[in-house]
Design a protein around this ligand. Structure first.
Ligand code: C5P
Length: 226
């Protein structure tokens, strides 16, 4: 199999409340997106990165990495799954490709995390995830607890999420046809009857989402050797 990374980077980052989408904020003199792409491009098993950005994104063309020979840019979609689907549709010979779908907003991913994912070879695929340490509550619309999950079985999904490309495109298209908006690729695979493996990731692989996350990402990036 060829290993291709698909990076959805077409979000607007509303929760960051910054003047530009969060993937274009800088940490240690480089944008979050550049840190993310560097982590993927420097991993030898990845042959190509497909990057989904918003239509008429004015920020990407300013980055030197936009011209990297292994990067292909496609237009993002209305939600994350649409952006990923656009990326997958740019791949030829889907049956010979496995994809690592990775959030643009997770710049601190390391190569040993990718190594662990690639060890999973069955059709279910795998995702990086964190075992919950907090107790997880399910709420109603009034903000009251209606249920407490058994923490021993709760995991928080991270990315990359690793699947055979043909199985994933079918699963995402099926979810779309059913009118379901999935927030990660594993959800689509689950709906299609697969049982993706949970691979324990690191706490450092944060999704930069809120303003506080910038300082934390800066700390982890300074510490990472990839
Ligand atoms: O919204 P969330 O933080 O879950 O977004 C995860 C990733 O999906 C981000 O990297 C974001 O840029 C991307 N995304 C996208 N297209 C959208 C919405 C989000 O590529 N329409």
């Amino acid at each position: 199999y060829d290993i291709v990374a698909v990076v959805p980077a077409a979000g607007i980052g509303a929760r960051m409340q910054a003047e530009k989408p969060k993937q274009y904020l800088e940490i240690h003199g480089k944008t979050i997106l550049e840190h993310t792409l560097n982590a993927l491009l420097s991993y030898p098993a990845i042959s190509r990165v497909i990057l989904a950005v918003a239509k008429d994104d004015p920020y990407l063309p300013q980055l030197p990495v936009a011209n990297h020979p292994c990067i292909q840019v496609v237009e993002g979609g209305k939600n994350r799954a649409d952006s990923v689907l656009n990326g997958l549709r740019a791949i030829e010979n889907l049956h010979r490709v496995k994809v690592l779908v990775h959030d643009a907003a997770r710049p601190c991913v390391t190569h040993d995390e990718l190594d662990k994912l690639l060890e999973i070879t069955d059709d279910n695929g795998a995702i990086l995830a964190l075992a919950a340490t907090d107790t997880v509550k399910k709420a109603n619309s009034d903000g009251q607890i209606v249920m407490t999950e058994d923490r021993n079985f709760i995991w928080l999904a991270q990315t990359p999420q690793f699947f055979k490309a043909d199985l994933l495109i079918n699963a995402l298209e099926q979810a779309q046809r059913q009118g379901l908006t999935v927030t990660d690729e594993a959800s689509a695979m689950e709906l299609a009857g697969f049982r993706p493996h949970l691979v324990a990731g690191k706490r450092s692989n944060i999704k930069v989402t809120h303003p506080d996350d910038l300082a934390l990402a800066a700390f982890y990036l300074a510490r990472n050797t990839l």
